[in-house]
Each structure stands twice: as C-alpha cells, then as structure tokens.
Design a protein around this ligand. Structure first.
Ligand code: ZN
Ligand code: MN
Length: 131
C-alpha cells in the first residue's frame, strides 16, 4: 500500500474509538464526530473505518446487528447481549486453539481465532426482574 496521507478525520475517528469501551457502530461514531467535522458524511466515516481495519489499527466486530468497532487490537473475545445488543470485552484467558488446529487441520495456516459469546447482559437481566 502506498504511503497514506495523514487525515484529520481518520485520526479523529481513531482517537474517538480509543476513548470508548462500548464498541460503537459507524452511526454512533458519525453522530459524535459531526460535532468537530460538520461536513463529514456517513460514507466517509465508513471508508475511514474500513481503512483503519485494513491497516490493523482497529478491529471490526461482526454481530447480528450493525458492525461494531474496537480500538483494542490485542487478542480478546466479546460478549454480545441478545437483548440490548451491547458488546463487552471478555478478557478471560481462553486456551488458544490455533496451534492445535494448525497441527491437525491441514486446510491451510490458521492465524487467528475469534470468539463471540451471546447471552443476556447483567443490566438486561436485572430490568427483566424488576418489570
Ligand atoms: Zn443487554
Ligand atoms: Mn473489544
């Protein structure tokens, strides 16, 4: 890839993501970043997000709903609430299956394993009890 031109918008998107733990959607990023860049379009936000993912600077999390974005690129898993759609980090160290798979599988070299856990978050569990 050719050297990339510095982009204030891209930097702003990245630093917004770095300050969040909630894995925002492109829409959430767009809404927030529009305060500083009134002329930015949702398309530009999407393009910059794809580019950042391609550069390995952020991660895209595919869920049943909209894609979410994560500035934490160290290996970790996610818990996704089926009710409210919130996405939380799972930092429990899980045995990395990649070496085992690579020993026995033979379909190519696996580089990464991504895991998503689905369930009901604590907050949704609580509010279900109260109603
Ligand atoms: Zn929930
Ligand atoms: Mn995460």
């Amino acid at each position: 890839m050719a050297a990339l031109k510095y982009s204030r918008q891209r930097e702003a998107i990245k630093s917004y993501l770095c300050g969040r733990e909630d894995h925002p959607t492109a829409d959430m990023i767009y809404t927030s970043i529009r305060g500083d860049f009134p002329n930015i379009s949702l398309g530009t936000v999407y393009r910059n997000l794809s580019l950042l993912v391609e550069l390995g600077e952020i991660r895209k999390i595919t869920t049943d709903g909209a894609d979410r974005f994560d500035a934490r690129i160290t290996p970790h898993s996610h818990f996704i609430c089926r009710n409210c759609g919130c996405v939380m980090d799972v930092m429990v160290p899980l045995n990395d299956p990649v070496p085992q798979v690579n020993q026995s599988w033979g379909h190519g070299e696996v580089e990464e394993c991504r895991m998503e856990f689905y369930g009901i978050c604590e907050q949704c569990k609580q509010s279900a009890k109260c109603s």
